[in-house]
Design a protein around this ligand. Sequence first.
Ligand code: 6PG
Length: 242
Amino acid sequence: MRPSIRVFDTAEEVAEAAALAIAERVALRAREGERTSIVLAGGTTPRLAYERLATKAVPFSSIDFYFGDERAVPPDDPASNYRMAKEALFDRVGVAPTAVRRMRAEAADLDAAAAEYEALLPLAVDLLLLGMGEDGHTASLFPGADSLTERQRRVVSVVGPKHPPRRLTITPPVLDSARSTLVLVSGRGKAEALARAIDGPFEPHLTPIQLALSEAAIAPTRVGAAIVLTDREAAQSLRRIS
Ligand code: 6PG
């Protein structure tokens, strides 16, 4: 089951499409009386999507927010993914603090913070949002990292090559069990990694985002293949668009 790839002219259109997809899924579940668990990604492309989502008529009170990774900084630090989401979305739509499960990556004991978060994370999140770095990383799963082969723990502490280096991140079992996955990619700097991820051999130790895109990631809980929303710049090296 290949990922579905949708190409847009600009990063802003990617963000708008992501916001509409999120809004639609949340509203559908809310009409059925269901809450929606969403795992948020960090990064500039996801941020644009959160800002667009804040303009949509969504039952935000039906969402439980989680994070796919967090940098080892205080929650009010400019590098914090929580702070980014708070500014881009939570504060704009009045999300109750109780609906946001923040990773306590500022803790001195990151391994304890990882275990604490794992206990909060649903066994199968409804919607997993992911970005992708120019090296093909996603969340804080970086090329060549031991975390790429973690099959027991669902949240671990890592030291990565992207500043700030110390982080908490979800692991492959969380990618596998997500009911639906939306990958947001934009900019020419991502073109080579995206082409490797989509058209290249399955080598997640080189291109970790493949863990979220591959058929191996199809757990019984998944409701469909991952959806990649990308712009023309990032898609320029793709051989084929499904
Ligand atoms: C992080 C993010 C990371 C991000 C990608 C894409 O905390 O660094 O979770 O995985 O999603 O690096 O970021 P950009 O969209 O800013 O390139």
